[in-house]
Design a protein around this ligand. Structure first.
Ligand SMILES: Cc1ncc(COP(=O)(O)O)c(C=O)c1O
Length: 949
């Protein structure tokens, strides 16, 4: 057995060759020249050599390592290089004598030297945030390496190594005295002892094999995928390879990656384990051993880096490693073991509790038969009573203002003070006091919080024994009743559903002899039901969407009570569940709701108010339900008024889903065949995109002249134009402002050719632009027909088409009467009136100008730090953040945009891409959004673009 790097007091000082010496070695030994760069290393010295025939790493080994160990590394790299693996490894190259390992002398010391190929790409350590898919891929890479090394053997692997997880206890014993802080010393020692005894107890169930044993974030190299996420696909530094517990490879990788998400160490470990498990299935024992192994590994890292930092006080790398190792330690140590173990096992599908036998248990509180089960969920409205018996449910999400979900981990009992609480079965009191009793019943824990205990810790209780009495609700809240699969922890009252507490705090119904579970479908179950029953074409946001069940102002809440900032909801212009709309609709529903053929006030009032918002001669209104319907009416109007059929539309536009509006919609994001399948009566002119189109910047003026030539050509071909239809600010392109004078020139030409002009204000109109109520005002034109919907009812279907009396009459003359059953119904009209009144009262258009200007300024500031933001389109609260691969090529960052939206969702922000390339983040929140939330959005985007996604 060789002894590499014996840790007990042996000091390892890295080699310190000068660049000149290293260059000489490269030239003399390997016949190569090229600039050298130092690469950080814990104990060796590595130089990156940029040579004419490629890039190489010149490795000067620490004299503490044996030659046979280096031979084993070389053999392993060559072994992997010929295996069928989907990741890259470096290979050692012979020197001028044909040797893979040479020796050099420097300052009186002798070092082994090697040259290996360099893997292009960055180490994973350079990426801050790592998405679950990246963590899984990292784990899968380690697993593949372990699999490919299964048939590899070398005498150099059978060695004592400081980094062998099996020896973490010995390492801590030997080095813990280097830790200056006494409290930390005690903590490290205690936790390591506990971890090692847990591991030794299952040692015989942990499989052994040859593993890389150092697949840390600095030793895994990545290429960047099309979505901008790193793909771990290269493994370097085989210096710690040995025959040990196979699962230790997961622990080693996981401990190094925790630094990327210090708030969620268990998430990091479980995602890496999942990736490993997918390629190299772990056993239940290995999954259970992983967390103690993570603790032991983290402890060994801390004490080793303390030693290294003391030995090399001027080595920045050593000092930084020490800091980082302690941060990782603190993060890992803060998680209760049973919780971490349950999350990991559950994530691998290996969690299996023996369900406690509660068949003979008695209820902890005798509930009367008429005790109500409350609904305090996100959608519920039960208010707990003071003196009557009632039960709050387990697993119920509760509204809260944070970015975390808040789900009950037990049942809550509301009952009069003095109500007795008894033991459900015979057991032992673990803890009593501070208004709580913690009982152990066999292996199971029962936690009761919110009572005056009448038992003492350490005593035994029999079934039915009094544990205490309930106290006044005001002083403690309800009695919380938890059933826990372990006696080791007392779960918090509420927990985020991702933390795993609900794996430990299980359904407490047996403690009350009543079903107390909130059994609504989880988001995953709901989307499964949705996929089964709804057409796939009826799309939804996100691959794994949260279950959004509530909203208020510019916030959304999911069923677990987590709050999201809503940056996409232009339908709810006033904000979600605005009481003004609610009250108006409720009142109207109580009075009458009918079709629009009756004579009632709301319809007329709304039509009058909308018409008053438009310039002369736009004074005649049709009320409809949706934007598609509004545009459909507009098409019929212009055709009736001109007796022509042809429509000119702008490329990449969207005007609705109905047959005719779909035909004039050319957005390939919605329909890839949109342009190719146009009927002959549609003429599509170029999108006047001043950012990425044919004419950019000042040259964008050419779009209008080109369009005019095309209009002439259409007319010359003998076709009669009925209308030109366009959004006045290009919402579908992300709020892109049209070139100055564009609509003016085109409207004039169209009218000159006998056509009419339709302004689709469905997305951008109605005050959203802040500085203008209507989009056409921004262009200084007056259309012949204006369409609006979406926001007009704050979500209640009501829309409108406004035109001149003459055009409206033309429809009647040509086609008779018009009737849309729901268009302008009493309820729709009442909602529409409430929207206009509230917009005025709350100054929402002004708010759109103030907050929109602020947000645009801040987003433009981000551009200087994030070249990925190519431009910020729009005005007011219709903005578009255009993401590009490169500021010069402007190649759209489409895949990245979607991945960025996923990360923003994790950060609690709902935002989505739009445009033909789906690379523009559309920012169109409810108009009530405030500066604070606008800043929160910009900060979250800044963070995402800085840390990765
Ligand atoms: C500009 C524009 N016009 C029309 C429509 C169609 O509106 P609706 O979905 O209400 O039918 C949309 C919808 O996104 C739109 O963005």
């Amino acid at each position: 057995m060789s002894v590499d790097n014996p840790f007990a007091g042996h000091q390892l000082v890295s080699p310190t060759l000068s660049f000149e010496t290293a260059a000489q070695v490269l030239a003399d030994r390997y016949g190569r020249t090229g600039p050298l760069k130092s690469l950080g290393s814990h104990q060796d010295q590595n130089f990156l050599a940029d040579c004419p025939d490629g890039r190489f790493v010149l490795k000067i080994s620490n004299p503490g390592f044996t030659r046979v160990g280096l031979e084993a590394q070389n053999a392993a790299m060559l072994h992997l290089a010929v295996k069928d693996i989907d990741f890259r490894v470096p290979v050692p190259l012979p020197d001028v004598n044909g040797d893979l390992i040479g020796q050099i002398d420097d300052q009186g010391r002798t070092f082994d030297v090697r040259l290996v190929t360099f893997l292009d790409g960055s180490p994973l350590s350079e990426f801050e945030y790592l998405a679950p898919i990246v963590l899984q891929r990292h784990g899968a890479l380690a697993a593949q390496a372990a699999q490919a090394l299964a048939d590899f053997s070398h005498e150099g692997l059978d060695r004592v190594l400081q980094w062998d997880c099996r020896r973490a206890g010995e390492v801590v014993d030997a080095l813990v005295d280097h830790v200056a802080d006494a409290e930390r010393r005690t903590q490290i020692r205690g936790e390591t002892d506990r971890a090692m005894s847990a591991l030794n107890a299952v040692d015989s169930s942990l499989r052994l094999g040859v593993v890389h044993a150092d697949a840390t974030d600095v030793n895994v190299v990545v290429t960047v995928g099309p979505d901008g996420r790193p793909i771990p696909d290269g493994l370097i530094d085989f210096g710690d390879m040995l025959n040990t517990w196979i699962v230790s490879d997961v622990a080693v990788a996981a401990v190094s990656l925790v630094v990327h998400d210090l708030d969620r160490p268990v998430h990091v470990v479980s995602e890496i384990a999942k990736g490993f498990h997918s390629a190299y299935p772990l056993t239940k024992a290995e999954a259970g051993a992983l967390w103690p192994m993570v603790i032991a590994r983290a402890a060994a890292c801390c004490v080793s880096s303390e030693q290294q930092a003391l030995m090399e006080p001027h080595n920045d790398y050593a000092q930084e490693s020490r800091e980082s190792d302690w941060r990782i330690w603190d993060a890992i140590r803060s998680i209760p073991w049973p919780l971490a173990q349950a999350v990991i096992q559950n994530h691998l599908g290996l969690l299996g509790w023996a369900t406690p036998d509660t068949s003979s248990w008695v209820p902890v509180v005798q509930l009367p038969a008429d005790a109500s089960i409350l609904d305090q969920s996100v959608t519920g409205d039960s208010t707990p009573t003071r003196r009557e018996f009632a039960v709050g449910r387990y697993g119920e999400g509760r509204l809260n203002e944070s970015n975390q979900s808040s789900v009950t981990t037990g049942a809550e009992i509301f009952a009069p003070a003095g109500t007795p609480v008894v033991a459900p079965a015979s057991g032992r009191v673990i803890r009593a006091g501070d208004k709580a009793v913690h009982l152990a019943i066999g292996d199971v824990g029962v936690v009761l919080c919110g009572l005056a205990p009448s038992v003492q810790a350490g005593t035994s209780v029999q079934q039915g024994d009094l544990l205490g009495h309930m106290v006044e609700l005001e002083s403690t809240g309800p009695l919380l009743v938890q059933l826990v699969t372990t006696t080791e922890v007392m779960p918090p009252h509420f927990a985020d559903s991702s933390t795993g507490w609900h794996l430990l705090a299980i359904d407490p119904s047996p403690l009350l002899d009543t079903d107390v579970v909130d059994s609504r479908s989880t988001p995953e179950e709901l989307i499964g039901r949705r996929d089964a029953v709804l057409a796939t074409a009826q799309e939804h946001y996100y691959d794994d969407p949260p279950r959004i069940e509530r909203g208020t102002r510019h916030f959304l809440f999911d069923s677990d009570g987590r709050r999201y900032l809503d940056m996409v909801n232009n339908v709810t212009i006033l904000g979600h569940s605005h009481p003004a709309v609610h009250d108006a609709v409720e009142r109207q529903l109580r009075l009458i709701n009918t079709n629009s053929r009756f004579n009632y006030g709301a319809m007329v009032d709304l039509a009058e108010q909308i018409s008053a918002l438009l310039p002369e001669p736009l004074d005649t209104v049709f009320l409809v339900s949706t934007g598609s319907e509004a545009n459909e009416v507009a098409l019929r109007l212009v055709r009736a008024a001109t007796a022509a059929k042809d429509i000119v539309a702008v490329k990449s536009a969207y005007h609705g889903w109905t047959t005719a509006t779909d035909e004039i919609s050319t957005s390939i994001a919605d329909n890839p065949a949109a342009v190719a399948n146009r009927p002959e009566w549609i003429h599509v002119i170029d999108s006047p995109n001043p950012y990425r189109g044919a004419h950019r910047g000042d040259a964008a003026a050419k779009y209008a002249s080109e369009a005019i030539s095309e209009l002439d050509a259409i007319a010359d071909s003998g076709r009669q134009i009925a209308a030109f239809v366009a959004e006045p600010v290009y919402g579908n392109a992300g709020g892109m402002l049209l070139p100055e004078g564009y609509l003016h020139a085109i409207y004039e030409k169209v009218r000159g050719l006998g056509g009419l002009c339709v302004s689709d204000e469905v997305q951008v109109g109605y005050g959203r632009l802040g500085h203008h109520f209507w989009g056409f005002e921004q262009q200084g034109v007056t259309p012949d027909v204006v369409t609006m919907a979406k926001c007009t009812g704050n979500g209640i279907p009501v829309g409108a088409v406004v035109t001149t009396r003459a055009i409206a009459d033309a429809l009647q003359d040509a086609e008779g009467s018009f009737f849309s059953s729901m268009g302008g119904s009493p309820v729709g009209a009442a909602a529409g009136l409430a929207v206009l009144e509230t917009m005025r009262r709350e100054g929402l258009q002004q708010n759109a100008a103030t907050v929109g200007d602020h947000m645009k300024r801040r987003l433009e500031e981000l551009m200087s730090r994030h070249p990925m933001i190519g431009t910020v389109h729009g005005m007011g609260l219709y903005l578009g953040i255009e993401l590009v691969q490169h500021p010069e090529t402007l190649e759209p960052a489409s895949h990245q945009a979607l991945a960025i939206c996923d990360r923003m969702l994790e950060l609690g922000v709902v935002v989505q891409p739009t445009s033909d390339h789906m690379n523009v983040l559309k920012v169109k929140p409810p108009l009530c959004i405030d500066i604070h939330s606008a800043d929160h959005f910009v900060d979250a985007l800044d963070r995402t673009l800085s840390e990765g996604w």
